[in-house]
Each structure stands twice: as structure tokens, then as C-alpha cells.
Design a protein. Structure first.
Lengths: 186, 415
């Protein structure tokens, strides 16, 4: 009985100590450890917020088996940058736009953040953001991918996204004719 | 997903340098997030035709409903110029001016009838610090709308024009032009890509504006210098009656309009002939003739030729223009290549209706749009010689995708 009680108290103390720390440790699928601000993690990720509130954060590194180290590094980098950034007036778009989502434009640093990523890293980051329930990061990365599609011909889109063209020459010609209005602007 | 499955997926992706079709690998709800941000139907079509798998997805109604139905993407409508508009608009009041350009909003469009439609014109008017009473649209090209600002309709001595992009909200108020406002008869919006063929990115960027009046003066406005210059006077003693669109067709570095004209020395009751006036964007103008009277539309066909299209109740005649020659103002009468095909009546005519009630528009390369009594929209494909119903003036984007892509996906061999 005594021992059990003592263990319970120790557990309690440990939890308190953990709650006092202002960072959490995350572990990628390949075992690498990353530290991230607890406040930013809880604010930006619904999944991490739930884990922090529920006390399921492991001091020795919370296992995130679905996320590779490269993607997790980007997630942590994003959280830390976000914690330091000051929201700017650019959040409110000045132009009148009827056909875009009710979505706040990425800020300058967010643009730069996703612009420097390779395609593979960008797509890994989208999946990581999705897994961790990071709405804002998901917004920013999806926006970037949609930008990559705009104003391109089918050939350019195939190249960007590595899509294999499985049409015959005749079929391509048929598509061109059928969709002439989309291929030309006149 | 179990860890080894993830690893296997990654290994598969890593092989052969770069992952195959990385977009397809995205979970559905993320893919919807991405595609619903693309914003234009055209860009989505470009993805849809990259391969069979994407075509398959874009012809799946459930998939389409998820990406096009959220309010994020809205087809606003069409800006159309009445192809059979008579040039001589004896505008006694400004509301008649507005009739040269006409906007067909799709149901639910933010630019549909109501207060938001007025936002389009009022945004430009407001830009003038209350200097104008209102602005009316004259024409539109590549998403740019040309507006005439009206201060005091009967008292204005200068022509005040503005261009705006209703989607981005960009607007540009042009310097006043010393020309009687009611004498404006022909014009065309020129984009950066028209001036520099390599500037593909400038396709939707306003660069110049050509304006002609009844006295055959042609003026050029440059957005870069914000000033007008007198381009040329087209005068060879001919009478000058614009027909077809007031907004020119731009083709191979020149703006083209159609005119009725009587040859010098011709009697007044002689039939007029049809002439094409071509103004080079770099300066210079030329006439070329094609004597033939009928209701007509000037357009660029699917194979890139300039053509005059005549629309009758039961058939369409296409006259393709031979390669244009620089004749420096001289008349050149050449044989135009003629094609005729019959079209079924779009909607049966009640026996007591004599004149066709369709309104015809030049849509894009080789296709034209007809609106039947403001109730249904048809597309005539000049190359395939076919008439196709597009919508009942109620365009649902899901139906639009199915209509344009459905045929392709069922026609191709499976697998």
C-alpha cells in the first residue's frame, strides 16, 4: 500500500515537473528527437494540444511513428518560427476577390518557408500537418501546391507532379480539340 | 497505416527518382483542400487531362461535388459582346451605351443581379473621387473590363475610360482623351502578351488600348506612360460603318474590325461590301475586302485563321481569310475560303416567329456561343460543325465538367 502510494506521488510530481517544462520532445519514425515550444505546439496542433492536455507526452520523446525525421524537423521549425513571428496586417487581403477560399493569405515568412522545400518534402509536410491536425500549416502547404498547378499546360503539370502520360497521340489530339476553349484564350 | 506499410510506400516512391504522381498519393480530403484553392476551372481541366487516372477522377460526380461545390469556387458568368451589335449606337441616354457589352451571370454568381453587380461599376466610379456619375461597361477581354466613365452625359467634351479586373479588383483610370465621348465607335483591350509574344505571363495584364471614332481617327493609349498617342487616320474616301463586334479581334499582332463600305464612286443604292480593317499594334493600318452582305461575326478559328462567320437560321457559313498582306492602306480583294454546314434549330421556332431570337457571340478558337432567348446557351464548334447545348442559362459546374470531360473518358479504351 505504502509503496503504491509513493509511486502515485512520484508520478504526480513527474507530471507537475513536465507541465512546468516549456518544451516537449517529439520522436520521428526513424528515432530522431526534436524539441518544440509547448505553447506553440498546443496552439498550432490540435493533436499535440490533446496529448499535452491528456498528459500523454513522453519526456523521453513522444513517438510520432507516422512522421519521418525530415518532415518532423520542418514541423518543429514551423512551430518555432510561428512562435516568434508577429502577425502582420498582410493577413487581411486588400483585393476584392470573389473566387478564392475564405483563407488568409500566407504571410511572407510562411511563403519563404514552403518555397525552399523540395517537392517531396512539401508533400511529406502536408501529410504531417494533416496527421498532427495543424490547420494553419495545412492551409499554407495546400496553398503552395495549388499555386504549383496554376497557369500550366497539361505537359507542365505532368512534369511538376511526375504524372505519367498514358494517352496515345490520337487521344491527345482529341483532347486538344475537345477542350480547345481551355487551351487557348482568344 | 502500419509502419511497414508507410515504409513500403516510401520505398516505392523513392525508386526511379521522384515519386510518381505525388498528388494522387494525397489523402482525399487534402486533395480537395488543394484543388478547391486552384480557383479557376481552366487549371482544373489542365490537370484532368494529364492522364487516365485524373480524367477518371474528374468525371466522378462525387469527387467533383467535393471540389467545386464549396462556395470557394464560383463561376461568375460570361462577359459577352453582342456580335450583331450595330456600330452606330445613337445613344440618346447612357443606358443605351451599356447595351454594347453584356454580362451573363450564372445563378448564384456574386455578380448576378443585385447590389454586388453594381459593385463592379461603382468600384471604378468611386476611384474618381466622385468625379463621375457612373460608368458603363463597353467591352471585355481576358478578364479585363473596359468602362466608360460618365460625368455629365450631354456636356462631357473628353472621353473618360477606365479598365478594371472584377476578380482581382485591380483598376486603372485612363488619362482623358480629347475626343467627343459619344463618337467612340470601336476599341480593343491589348494585353502585354499581345505586344510581346514571349510574355505569356502578361496574358491578363492590361498594356494598351486602341480606340477609334466615327471620323476614323485611331488613338493608342499606353498603360506604361499613362498617355494617348494619335496612331493614324484611316481615310481613303470610303464611307465607314462598323459591323460585328465593336471590340476588335486581336490576331497575329494586329487588331481587326469589320466594316461595311461602298466603293468610291458607287451609287448610294449599290449594295455595300464588307471590309476588314486591320490596325498593326506597332502602327499602320490596312483594308482588305470581301464583298458580301449578311449578319456576321469575326473570329479566329481552331487552326488559327482569321475568319468571318455568317449565321443563318438553318446554316452557318465560314469564310477563312487568306494570309494577310501588308498593302499600306490599299484595297485588296482576294478569294476567301468558304465552308458551309447546316445547324439544327437550337430550339424549335414557333411558326409565327420569323427572325431568329438567338444572340451570337465569339467564344474562343473555333467555337461560338449562342444564347437562345436568354433561356439556353449553345456552343457551335466550327471545326466539328456541331451544335451542342451547354446549359439552360443555369450552369452547374459539376455538369459542366461532366459535359466536357465525360465523352473523353468513355471514348478512350479502358485500362
Amino acid at each position: 500500500m505504502e509503496v503504491d502510494k509513493g509511486k502515485g506521488e512520484a508520478e504526480e510530481t513527474r507530471k507537475v515537473a513536465e507541465a512546468d517544462r516549456d518544451t516537449v520532445t517529439l520522436k520521428s519514425s526513424d528515432g530522431k528527437l526534436f524539441e518544440v515550444s509547448k505553447e506553440a505546439a498546443a496552439r498550432l496542433s490540435t493533436v499535440l494540444a490533446g496529448m499535452i492536455a491528456g498528459g500523454s507526452i513522453d519526456d523521453n520523446g513522444t513517438d510520432l511513428k507516422q512522421i519521418g525525421s525530415e518532415a518532423l524537423e520542418n514541423v518543429v521549425d514551423y512551430c518555432n518560427k510561428h512562435a516568434n513571428s508577429i502577425p502582420s496586417a498582410a493577413l487581411i487581403s486588400s483585393s476584392i476577390s470573389f473566387n478564392t477560399a475564405p483563407f488568409k493569405e500566407p504571410e511572407e515568412w510562411e511563403r519563404k518557408f514552403v518555397d525552399r522545400l523540395s517537392h517531396d518534402a512539401l508533400f511529406d509536410l502536408v501529410e504531417a500537418a494533416n496527421f498532427l491536425g495543424m490547420e494553419r500549416l495545412l492551409d499554407v502547404t495546400c496553398h503552395k501546391i495549388s499555386e504549383m498547378m496554376k497557369g500550366k499546360s497539361p505537359d507542365q503539370i505532368r512534369e511538376v507532379f511526375n504524372i505519367k502520360n498514358d494517352y496515345t497521340k490520337e487521344e491527345l489530339e482529341e483532347i486538344r480539340q475537345e477542350l480547345a476553349w481551355a487551351f487557348y484564350d482568344d | 497505416m502500419p509502419e511497414d506499410a508507410v515504409a513500403a510506400k516510401r520505398r516505392r516512391w523513392r525508386t526511379g527518382g521522384g515519386r510518381d504522381d505525388i498528388m494522387s498519393a494525397l489523402p482525399d480530403h487534402i486533395l480537395h483542400e488543394v484543388l478547391s484553392r486552384v480557383g479557376t476551372v481552366k487549371d482544373l481541366f489542365m490537370l484532368a487531362v494529364t492522364c487516365r487516372r485524373w480524367l477518371g477522377r474528374f468525371t466522378d460526380r462525387a469527387f467533383l461535388r467535393d471540389i467545386v461545390c464549396p462556395s470557394q469556387m464560383v463561376l461568375l458568368g460570361f462577359f459577352l459582346q453582342d456580335a450583331l451589335q450595330r456600330a452606330t449606337v445613337w445613344a440618346r441616354d447612357p443606358s443605351q451605351l451599356a447595351s454594347s457589352c453584356f454580362f451573363l451571370p450564372v445563378p448564384g454568381s456574386p455578380l448576378g443581379p443585385g447590389p454586388t453587380a453594381r459593385a463592379l461599376t461603382s468600384s471604378l466610379v468611386a476611384d474618381g473621387d466622385g468625379a463621375f456619375d457612373y460608368a458603363v461597361p463597353l467591352g471585355a477581354r481576358r478578364g479585363i473590363v473596359l468602362m466608360q466613365c460618365i460625368n455629365n452625359y450631354h456636356g462631357d467634351t473628353e472621353l473618360l475610360l477606365g479598365v478594371c479586373n472584377p476578380v482581382t479588383g485591380e483598376r486603372h483610370l485612363l488619362a482623358p482623351l480629347d475626343m467627343e465621348p459619344t463618337s467612340i465607335c470601336a476599341y480593343v483591350i491589348i494585353t502585354a502578351a499581345d505586344v510581346h509574344a514571349d510574355a505569356a505571363a502578361g496574358r491578363f495584364t492590361f498594356s494598351h488600348l486602341l480606340v477609334a471614332n466615327f471620323r476614323k481617327d485611331i488613338y493608342l493609349y499606353s498603360a506604361a506612360t499613362r498617355s494617348w498617342s494619335h496612331q493614324c487616320v484611316v481615310d481613303d474616301g470610303r464611307s465607314f460603318h462598323l459591323t460585328g463586334q465593336r471590340s476588335a479581334v486581336v490576331h497575329q499582332g494586329a487588331a481587326h474590325w469589320l466594316f461595311w463600305s461602298r466603293d468610291t464612286g458607287a451609287r448610294y443604292d449599290d449594295d455595300p461590301s464588307l471590309y476588314k480593317l486591320s490596325v498593326q499594334l506597332g502602327g499602320g493600318a490596312a483594308w482588305s475586302g470581301q464583298p458580301r452582305p449578311a449578319p456576321l461575326i469575326l473570329c479566329v478559328t481552331g487552326d488559327g485563321k482569321l475568319a468571318v462567320v455568317y449565321v443563318y437560321i438553318s446554316h452557318v457559313a465560314v469564310f477563312a481569310c487568306p494570309q494577310q498582306q501588308q498593302t499600306g492602306g490599299h484595297v485588296e480583294v482576294v478569294a476567301w475560303e468558304k465552308t458551309v454546314f447546316t445547324i439544327p434549330a437550337a430550339v424549335p421556332y414557333p411558326p409565327w416567329v420569323l427572325p431568329p431570337k438567338e444572340t451570337w457571340f465569339h467564344l474562343s478558337r473555333g467555337s461560338m456561343l449562342a444564347i437562345y432567348r436568354s433561356s439556353a446557351v449553345f456552343i457551335v464548334d466550327l471545326r466539328r460543325k456541331a451544335l451542342e447545348k451547354v446549359m439552360d442559362c443555369f450552369m452547374d459546374l459539376v455538369d459542366f465538367f461532366m459535359l466536357k470531360l465525360g465523352g473523353l473518358s468513355s471514348a478512350g479504351p479502358s485500362g
